[in-house]
Design a protein around this ligand. Structure first.
Ligand SMILES: [Zn+2]
Ligand SMILES: [Zn+2]
Length: 355
């Protein structure tokens, strides 16, 4: 193996996130990305910053210091942040995505940590093409649950040991960096399964035309959201921005159990195309990991459910049309929760009317 000349400079890959670049650069020196940050910025300036917070937004002074220390032009570092590449996303969508549940109080608070989601095919292509594994910036957005390129669900669990990967670790494989599961060290592109689905079932999914059709409807929607988030933020909140805001509010009320109702609206409905174990967060509450308030599979199911309800065609997403109605929801939910849910639905519906 030809050893690279020191110091080693990594080149950002298209669509990569800042976290990913820092993971790759730190792996070259066998240190954690936090240690690399402290080295590049000095411990005073690095205090309070994390690879995740820098992925959300990097202040110009920090960007200049990183550019100098890592010998990467600033122009190549800027697109690695959500605030630059998805200017319409950066506050709300991200705080919503990075919420974590406090194990003692059960409250959901922004943890500042981005979710770990990946497409194993994208990662496999990275390595086959002779590059390092790279996490894509768009995978950090909570409203993206499919890989737009391979049109398959993103993953958040290691397909070997089923550990929920909050943040992958980077390991050197020859002269390439692979992202691996922190629990079992298997590269994230080793298996192509789906979260919470058996291998046999996953194979069946790939051949089932109805499943594929339901996925494509959702992928089309997620593409539109991504396009909107890439647009610069306007002076006046545009209709798309208001609609996005309303949608996040609806997702919240579907995903979270409001007191005194311990049932989450999401758990009242079942779809074989979008399985999400009910009470996923409840089942993992006793564990030590800071599990996400809403797992990837839950967000995907919530999106499918909402779009099914809004389009009046829940069966297209595999939900039982007789039970997936607003009336059924009203009967099952506490009045206060249902009223809030209906108000948000109406405000979203109003936005679709001609101005
Ligand atoms: Zn992909
Ligand atoms: Zn694992």
């Amino acid at each position: 193996m030809n050893r690279p000349a020191l110091p080693i400079t990594v080149t950002p890959s298209p669509g990569e996130s800042m976290l990913s670049l820092l993971l790759r650069a730190a792996a070259q020196y066998a240190v954690a990305p936090e240690a690399l940050l402290a080295h590049c910025l000095g411990s005073t300036r690095a205090a309070g910053l994390s690879p995740d917070s820098l992925t959300c937004h990097t202040a110009p002074a920090v960007l200049a210091a990183l550019s100098q220390a890592l010998r990467i032009p600033e122009g190549q570092l800027i697109p690695l942040t959500l605030s630059a590449s998805f200017p319409s996303a950066h506050e709300e969508a991200i705080a919503w995505t990075s919420a974590a549940r406090d194990m003692t109080t059960r409250e959901e608070t922004p943890s500042g940590q981005l979710r770990g989601a990946w497409c194993p095919l994208c990662l496999m292509e990275d390595r086959a093409g002779g590059s390092d594994h790279a996490l894509r910036l768009e995978w950090a957005l909570g409203v993206v649950t499919f890989c737009p390129h391979h049109q398959r669900p993103l993953l958040e669990r290691c397909q070997t040991c089923y550990h929920c990967v909050e943040r992958p670790e980077a390991a050197l494989y020859g002269d390439q960096v692979a992202l691996v599961c922190p629990a079992c060290a298997t590269p994230l592109d080793a298996h192509f399964g789906f979260d919470y689905v058996s291998h046999a079932h996953a194979q069946h999914w790939m051949r089932d035309a109805e499943v594929q059709q339901a996925w494509h409807r959702l992928i089309g929607f997620e593409r539109q959201v991504l396009e909107h988030l890439r647009q610069p933020e306007g002076q006046d909140p545009a209709r798309e921005a208001l609609a996005f805001h309303a949608l996040l509010g609806l997702m919240d009320s579907v995903l979270h159990a409001d007191a005194p109702n311990s049932l989450r609206p999401l758990d009242l409905y079942e779809s074989p195309y979008f399985p999400a174990p009910p009470k996923l967060s409840g089942a993992t509450r006793h564990l030590k990991h800071p599990y996400r308030a809403a797992h990837l599979v839950e967000r995907r199911k919530a999106l499918a459910l909402l779009i099914g309800l809004l389009e009046g065609a829940p069966q297209a997403f595999g939900f039982d049309p007789a039970h997936t109605t607003l009336r059924a929801a009203r009967e099952l939910m506490f009045p206060g929760c249902y009223d809030a849910f209906e108000r948000k639905l109406l405000s979203l519906a109003r936005l679709s009317l001609p101005a």
